[in-house]
Write a protein that binds this ligand. Structure first.
Ligand SMILES: Cc1cc2nc3c(=O)[nH]c(=O)nc-3n(C[C@H](O)[C@H](O)[C@H](O)COP(=O)(O)OP(=O)(O)OC[C@H]3O[C@@H](n4cnc5c(N)ncnc54)[C@H](O)[C@@H]3O)c2cc1C
Length: 141
């Protein structure tokens, strides 16, 4: 895409937009202390981010379609990564655990089996993601 003239701007946080009353379209994207003219805008971010933008943006907070996004729910997740100081054999590359009776659920990944970056590493790297983490985050221990 860069070779076709597309410019990627790193480390810029979109904080607001300008709206053109005449065209009925977003005309500018405001990032920190810079503003970019826009013919069209595509938001490729998650629900929580769009909700945060819709609440803080003077433009989006007036638009019904963005206010409706505030009705969507998202659940918290705690992601843990463990580095073990040697290679150990783990029978499965991935696994999932869930229950219908309580709200817990988690996934497990052996990153050495799944990602080329970790495949020839001398250490074992595993990741476990715990869903509905709002229940875990409030624990004190
Ligand atoms: C811990 C975890 C484990 C997951 N495991 C799996 C899995 O095993 N299998 C699977 O299929 N999916 C998994 N997912 C889901 C998967 O990661 C997402 O579905 C996927 O990353 C969504 O891609 P995306 O490009 O839409 O959004 P993202 O990957 O979230 O990309 C959004 C980008 O927007 C940027 N951004 C955010 N706010 C702004 C802003 N204001 N201004 C500018 N840029 C901004 C972010 O920095 C990010 O780079 C997992 C997600 C998480 C969090």
């Amino acid at each position: 895409m860069s070779m076709k003239g597309c410019r990627f701007v790193d480390r810029k946080k979109v904080i607001d937009f300008s709206y053109d009353d005449k065209t009925g379209c977003i005309s500018d994207v405001i990032c920190d202390n810079e503003t970019y003219k826009a013919d069209a805008v595509i938001l490729a971010v998650g629900t929580s981010t769009i909700q945060e933008l819709a609440k803080k943006s003077a433009t989006l907070s007036t638009r019904e379609e963005f206010l409706k996004v505030l009705n969507l729910t998202a659940s918290d997740l705690v992601s843990t990564k463990l580095w073990l100081d040697k290679k150990i054999r783990i029978p499965f590359a991935r696994n999932v655990c869930s229950s219908f009776n309580d709200s817990s659920g988690w996934t497990f990944f052996n990153l050495n089996d799944l990602f080329d970056d970790h495949r020839n590493s001398p250490v074992t790297t595993v990741q476990a993601d715990f869903y509905h983490a709002n229940e875990l985050l409030s624990l004190n221990t």
